[in-house]
Design a protein around this ligand. Sequence first.
Ligand code: C2E
Ligand code: MG
Ligand code: MG
Ligand code: MG
Length: 294
Amino acid sequence: IAKASGKNCYHLFDTAQDDAIKVHRESLEAIRHALDNHEFVLHYQPKVNMKTGRVIGVEALIRWQHPERGLLGPFEFLPAIENNPMMMEIGEWVISTALKQISQWQTLEGNLALKVSVNIAAIQLQQPNFTERLTTLLASQPDVAPHYLELEVLETSALKDVNNVSNTMIDCIALGVSFALDDFGTGYSSLTYLRRLPANLIKIDQSFVRDMLHDADDYAIVEGVIALANSFKREVIAEGVETIEHGTALLQLGCNLAQGYGIARPMPGDDIPAWIDDWQPDENWKAYTRSNAQ
Ligand code: C2E
Ligand code: MG
Ligand code: MG
Ligand code: MG
């Protein structure tokens, strides 16, 4: 009996594994189909200077306009292709689409010149031909100067060879693009990456920002990251700024750059120019800035 049930269990496990493989294969096929059918779109979320009132750029965030399931966020499809060559393909699509969007904004009346940041997975940056691919993408949009492109490096803890990645970044910086360290503070070795990677912007992870107003530890982390950015002479931006109070607290800590639902949600590229025309810093931020002006 023991032997029989053991065999049975093994069989059950086997079936479950087969199912998981099947589901995974089906989602890969669906993503392949979506790529071929141009179902991916980019939305853009503004990044602002709360003190000067300037919109400093926008972050491109991928969505899947699914014919049946509606607009899907990145967590619903990117994990499935983490270790698949399609990740590289989507990554290139994102960069080239962002470059086209920059060009489109620049040709509008008023010549809107906007810096766009694009998220790139650590594994993308570790591709041996990353710099060459980026050079080709930039060359295919010759009317866009490379300094309008910023790359936000994700999951730095997945970086295997920091030296190598650092060299790739130096080569890309020579092309004119710049780098940000995304979700800063969440990786195990954030400090090493800060010291060794030539990124001029640090993005304080939204998990710390969100709770900073009622969690003293998170407040201390935000304060610490800002101090760290200052001593390393890097710029710092807070993500996940959901309320005016978050923004005010950040201004008080000396962090002027912000991004979050309290300022704007990600939106289609066509909506960006009107949003920029309308946007003004909150009255509380203006009051704070005035009272601290010399
Ligand atoms: P991220 O780069 O840290 O982007 C910020 C995420 O936080 C976005 O979610 C944004 O919509 C959301 N967000 C912005 N402000 C707020 C706020 O005030 N409150 C809250 N709760 N959330 C806010 P989204 O678009 O779902 O993207 C999630 C993650 O997916 C991104 O995190 C990034 O890691 C990844 N991702 C997005 N687009 C791409 C892409 O094109 N390529 C790659 N490789 N990853 C991407
Ligand atoms: Mg990002
Ligand atoms: Mg982030
Ligand atoms: Mg994130």
